[in-house]
Every structure is written in structure tokens, then in C-alpha cells.
Design a protein around this ligand. Structure first.
Ligand code: MN
Length: 367
């Protein structure tokens, strides 16, 4: 029989949005048999480890997160109603559901791409999409969710096949070789230049960031993955340190910042580029959260790997986050698919998350 519990108020985000009122009948039907009492997840103003990259906050995923001892979760493209925007009621219910497990809903990463694809490409529906996006941002803030992640890749993340997709001990990883992708057909009917994507980005950011400021939502920009100049005829503009620097100069706002995907920064230029990115943007308070993953090789030919066998000196990276006063959260990202692993790679994620927790503990102790 399903167990019904009241949602405890365990966390209130710091922000300018008014606190969300409790929903009528704000209870969550639990399908599991958990008997523990949700506890506070600790401070939200220190560097911490969370877990993410799932879209359904199921009993099993949230229980797994709780068992790992993380601060909270990030949901990527949560399955919410709405073809054009997300509504307040659905968002607040989502947050309260996560909090009922004693976990913080640290951020949402990515609306469906269709919410703003025309904004990226400068299509005829661009301004209508931006109005919907503004409404989504307002609703995210009003629902007490502090961060919304996004990217500027009309044709998404690309990977290629081949022998590099088999990693240590036979794990399955993703890999990319530009040689296999450079002659791919146009994904959006014609070529889109970097100048166009920059102009479209500027138009979007100038419309959306003021709304994010009012709503108390920080917008976190993910790099282009892979960070090559163009794929399928569409330019990629957030593929370098300089790209992010240019992006950061469009608006002067505490609500414009980065989802620091360490894997992409490693793809762009290895360890030095990662440390440079953390130090530059982290010291300005512009890194809101990070994807703590790594690769072997760089942009035009790389493979993902376990933490500790890639380009990055992870101790130096974690120490750099600490030294710049980073107070956000880090999550795993793509992880190797291990023997007998699940679709969501529980085994790979447990390894990555434990690695991060231990690394952070060591850096906290030693620096
Ligand atoms: Mn990432």
C-alpha cells in the first residue's frame, strides 16, 4: 500500500523571489517503503557534491542520492507538462517532492530544446519563444529553484563510434572524432555562422537576464560539446575560454554565469585550460555549478574516461575551486557504463560521486 507523507519544509533558497506558498494538498505519494526521517542537507553556501542528470525524480533515484550522502540533485530536462513553457505549480511540486527526501533541488538543467531553438537560430518564432522562456524563468524563481542551466547548441552534443568507445577494463564510454563528423549533412537546412549565433545569443540574453534578475534565478551556460568550430553546418560559439569571456561581456549581471562542464573545458585544452577557466570565472563568482568529468584527448579526437585517468589533475582542479571561493555544487556528468550497470549507470555514478566526495574532503582538510 502506498505510504503518504507530508512534505517537510527543509530548505528555503536565498533569492529575491517571494517564498513559494504551500500547494493545496501538498503531499507526495510514496511508492517505496522508506521509514527514515528526512534530515537537513546542510549548508548551501559551501562547495558541495550533488548528483544529477536524470529527468524523473523517482523514489529509486532520490533514495540512491540520499544513500550516497549528496547535498541534493540536479534534474536535467525534467518531464513537466507544457509544450512551450513550464508552469509554477508543476515546478513547485517538483521542488517539494525532492525536498521530501531531505535533498535540495540544486538546479534544473535545460528546458526542452524546442522551447528556445528558434531563439538560437533566429527563426520567425524567436520572440514568441523568448516570451515563453521569460515566463518559465519567472516560474522557476517563484517556485524557489535557484538555477536554470541552458546551452547554445541548436544541434546538441555529438559523439562518434569506434574503438575509443571502449575504455578501461572494457567499460563503455563516449568518444568523438572530428574526422568522422566533419562531412555530416546540414542539420538545420543551411549553414549558420558564428556571427549569427552571437547576434542571436545577444538578443536572447538581453531579453532574458533582466527577468532572471527579477526572479532570483541564475542562468548557467554549458559549453558546446564537442567544442569544435561547427558541426552539421551550425557554428559553435561557446567552445573556448575566449568564447565564454565574450559571452560574459554582453550583460553585466550577477545572474549570468557558467555551468562549468570540466569535461568540455578539458576537451578545449586539457588541464591548463580547466584551471584557467576555474580561476578566471570562479574568482568572479560566475561559476554556479560544475560537471566534474574528464576526457583523454582534445576537441577533435577524444574519449571520455573514469575520473583520475583523463587530462585533468583532479587535485589541482578541486583545489582551484576551493581557492577561488566557489560555493556551488559539483555533479558527475556522463560516466562510464560499467559491467552489469543500469541505463543510468548507477555503478559508474557511485564511483564518480564517491571520488568527488573524498577529493573535496581531502582538499578541505589540506588547504
Ligand atoms: Mn556537461
Amino acid at each position: 500500500m502506498a505510504e503518504v507523507r507530508e512534505i517537510p519544509e527543509v530548505w528555503h533558497p536565498v533569492g529575491t523571489a517571494p517564498p513559494a506558498p504551500p500547494l493545496e494538498g501538498s503531499v507526495v505519494e510514496m511508492t517505496g517503503t522508506a521509514t527514515w526521517t528526512p534530515r537537513s542537507t546542510g549548508r548551501s553556501d559551501v562547495m558541495r557534491i550533488a548528483i544529477g542528470q536524470f529527468n524523473e525524480p523517482s523514489h529509486e533515484r532520490l533514495t540512491f542520492a540520499k544513500q550516497l550522502g549528496v547535498s541534493g540533485v540536479l534534474l536535467n530536462t525534467p518531464r513537466l507538462p507544457g509544450e512551450h513553457r513550464w508552469e509554477y505549480e508543476d515546478l513547485v511540486r517538483l521542488r517539494q517532492h525532492v525536498e521530501s527526501y531531505g535533498l535540495r533541488l540544486e538546479a534544473l538543467e535545460n528546458t526542452p530544446k524546442g522551447f528556445y531553438e528558434q531563439a538560437m537560430l533566429g527563426g520567425p518564432e524567436r520572440d514568441r519563444q523568448i516570451e515563453h522562456y521569460q515566463a518559465t524563468v519567472r516560474n522557476v524563481g517563484r517556485a524557489g529553484i535557484p538555477i536554470l542551466g541552458y546551452h547554445w547548441m541548436p544541434n546538441s552534443v555529438w559523439r562518434t563510434g569506434g574503438p575509443k568507445t571502449v575504455g578501461r577494463g572494457g567499460v563503455r564510454v563516449t568518444a568523438f572524432e572530428l574526422e568522422q563528423a566533419k562531412d555530416a549533412p546540414l542539420t538545420h537546412g543551411r549553414e549558420y555562422t558564428a556571427d549569427e549565433l552571437w547576434a542571436n545569443y545577444e538578443h536572447f540574453v538581453k531579453a532574458v537576464i533582466p527577468v532572471a534578475e527579477e526572479a532570483g534565478v541564475r542562468l548557467a551556460l554549458h559549453p558546446d560539446d564537442p567544442p569544435v568550430p561547427a558541426l552539421g553546418g551550425v557554428a559553435r560559439i561557446f567552445n573556448s575560454f575566449e568564447g565564454f569571456q565574450r559571452g560574459s561581456e554582453i550583460v553585466d549581471s550577477p545572474n549570468w554565469g557558467l555551468d562549468f562542464c570540466m569535461g568540455c573545458w578539458s576537451e578545449m585544452g586539457g588541464n591548463e585550460n580547466v584551471l584557467r577557466g576555474i580561476r578566471h570565472f570562479g574568482s568572479r563568482g560566475q561559476i554556479y555549478y560544475g560537471h566534474f568529468r574528464d576526457v583523454q584527448g582534445t576537441a577533435d579526437n577524444f574519449a571520455e574516461c573514469f575520473l583520475g585517468e583523463g587530462n585533468v589533475n583532479l587535485v589541482q582542479a578541486m583545489r582551484a575551486f576551493k581557492e577561488v571561493g566557489f560555493t556551488g555544487f559539483l555533479i558527475d556528468d556522463h560516466v562510464p557504463h560499467m559491467v552489469d550497470d543500469s541505463d543510468w549507470n548507477h555503478r559508474g555514478r557511485a564511483y564518480a560521486t564517491g571520488y568527488m566526495i573524498a577529493l573535496l574532503a581531502a582538499v578541505n582538510e589540506l588547504t
